[in-house]
Design a protein around this ligand. Sequence first.
Ligand code: NAD
Length: 253
Amino acid sequence: MDNLDKKSILITGGATGLGFAMAKRFSEKGAFVTICGRRKEKIDEAVSNLKVNSIGIVADVTDEEDRDKIINQTIEHGGKIDVLINNAGNMYRGNIDELEESKLIEIFNSNVISGMLLLGKAKQYLRATEGVNIFIGSVHNRRAFPGASPYAATKGALETLTRVLAAELGKDKIRVNCVVPGAIFTEINQRAGLFDDDQAKKRLNSMAKIHALGEIGTPEDISEAVEYLINARWTTGAILDVDGGLGLGLTEG
Ligand code: NAD
């Protein structure tokens, strides 16, 4: 029997990129997968490419009623929640003197606050299964990209939350861990209007040389690490860098 067999796994923002790679991997391993996202066409397309043990919910994690819907439908589908993957996230960049308050609130809402509130709602179910929450951090917390302070600040918050909530929820046998991905081609920067697909690919490929392993990663590299943390029974409060060595700050000589 596979170690994900019959586990009920909720992945926010699971229709694209890293979340979709996780959904695909875990559904192929027999898990009951629930993904959610705001765009119906993306959710429908994703679910049509997943195993039949998967459902998609059109929902915005920043909306209180939608968060209830996400939890309730996950329970209806999987009968329980073993794993919550707080993956949904957005990019917002700008120099410090150009930042807009509403956009800062928006990115903290989607990247940090929604995940906290969703975990709060999922707690009773994760306690019942001795389950695990996984946050998705970023190499932006290892390497300082000028102009990326809003995004980096949200990802720094997730690492802090990982440790504090692991301490808080340990007595309930709920584990809290964080995977910190490096540079991977997805649509996050394009959705933020920063680059088109070609520019995003060129930018990422030009970064290969500053990775210790000399190459950028794939969504599957991240889902492999998430799977490890789902099954790592005695690991909590862990922050696992999966970045080909980008975060090391490689220098010549
Ligand atoms: P992506 O844009 O493909 O995936 C993010 C998903 O979250 C999208 O489907 C988006 O629609 C969804 N989402 C955003 N806000 C939402 C909301 N309010 N409600 C519901 N869904 C929402 O990009 P990705 O790279 O796969 O991003 C996944 C996670 O990985 C993010 O947290 C991102 O910050 C993180 N990450 C990505 C990289 C990378 O290089 N791609 C590196 C480090 C961390």
